[in-house]
Design a protein around this ligand. Structure first.
Ligand code: SF4
Length: 367
């Protein structure tokens, strides 16, 4: 298949040929994944939705144990809707991007209580549900309901960029890559779910990020960047700007009788609704000399706060964080805010801390 810089439309014949080659390969090489329907099985929309939410910005390897745990505990949308938000957040702890877990639970409630437990078989209706955007709605349409929808994840973007030798860098080229993919997906009614999953598998195993395995690829004869010998250089990416650096304190605060203070973070914001150790505000790096301490510690003298010799570092999507670790004691009477509460240290593991606080607990325990 050839394309000029004007990017003519792919002919129906060429689109059929491309899909046929991809699907033949898929029938021989598809991955076995716990959320994937096998052979004649009908896909379970709940399993497809749950896995697609978990897989956003997260690898199959990281997601698999979480997916299995969720399915064991909540095998259908009704059981997930009936869980408390705390239970869901607790089981999600460690997977990151915690807004996904809050939206997952909110979406389960809408589907279970307002839609009779059925996910809508319509992309615009799916997009009205919490946490479901363009990509996830298309994936559910294609994979769960086998209906035509243009599914474009990072793997499929990479294949399109290489197959059509798109030189424009990401993320600016996203609309173009989506429109190229749509030429294969749009109005394709035969096996849209398999076709989407086939491209995902090809991207995960053959058209891989750094060194594409073109000799194994079913569409190498039509691939423009392979022919030009520069497949590994695509897709190009715009230069990244450095993430801002934030700074703060995390505290191990005890009550003099061995109990440790925990905090439920506000619903809005980073790690929203998650339980962890108390922290100060997170300021910019230039505030490092005078970070605002947790309000409970405002009256402490400098010597009352004992600092650990090491800091912890954690990278969020939009900033990097450095937290210094301090220990101190306060009296139980000082607590006036019910988002703070005391626990026995051995019970901390029951609270499903996010990774940031797991790191902090480890350092407090070992230094
Ligand atoms: Fe990717 Fe190579 Fe296949 Fe082209 S030939 S789609 S670069 S694996």
């Amino acid at each position: 298949m050839t394309r000029t810089k004007r990017r003519d439309k792919v002919s129906n014949q060429n689109a059929d040929e491309f899909r046929g080659q991809i699907l033949d390969w898929y029938d021989r090489h598809k991955r076995t994944l716990p959320w994937r329907a096998e052979n004649e099985q009908k896909p379970d929309p709940y399993a497809v939705w749950l896995s697609e939410i978990m897989l956003q910005q997260t690898t199959v390897t990281a997601v698999t144990p979480y997916y299995r745990k969720f399915m064991d505990k909540w095998p259908d949308v009704q059981s997930l809707a009936d869980a408390t938000q705390d239970e869901v957040m607790h089981e999600w702890a460690g997977l990151g991007y915690y807004a996904r877990a809050r939206n997952l639970h909110a979406c389960a409630k809408v589907v279970a209580y307002e839609l009779n437990g059925l996910f809508p078989e319509d992309q615009s209706a799916l997009k009205k549900l919490p946490g479901i955007g363009d990509y996830t709605s298309a994936a559910i349409m294609a994979i769960a309901f086998n209906k035509p929808a243009t599914v474009v994840d990072g793997n499929i973007e990479r294949i399109m960029a290489r197959y059509f030798s798109v030189e424009e860098p990401l993320p600016g080229s996203k609309p173009l890559l989506k429109s190229l993919a749509s030429e294969f997906f749009e109005n394709y009614e035969e096996r849209p779910g398999d076709f989407a999953q086939a491209l995902m598998d090809l991207g995960a195993g053959v058209c891989i990020a750094k060194t594409p395995r073109c000799s194994l690829c079913p569409v190498k004869n039509g691939c423009q960047s392979h022919a030009a010998g520069h497949a590994a250089e695509l897709p190009r990416k715009s230069a990244k700007t450095a993430k801002p650096q934030k700074f703060g304190y995390v505290y191990w605060i005890t009550d003099g009788e061995g109990r440790v203070l925990l905090h439920r973070r506000p619903e809005k914001g980073v790690l929203g609704s998650m339980i962890g150790l108390p922290t100060s505000e997170w300021g910019s790096k230039k505030d490092q000399k005078k970070p605002a301490h947790l309000y409970l510690l405002e009256k402490k003298k400098p010597g009352d706060l004992r600092e650990k010799p090491v800091s912890i570092h954690h990278s969020f999507t939009h900033f990097d964080l450095e937290l210094r670790l301090q220990t101190t004691e306060i009296s139980r009477k000082q607590l006036k805010d019910n988002t703070y509460f005391w626990v026995d240290p051995q019970d901390i593991q029951n609270y499903g801390f996010p990774t940031l606080f797991k790191k902090a607990v480890k350092v407090f325990a070992t230094t």
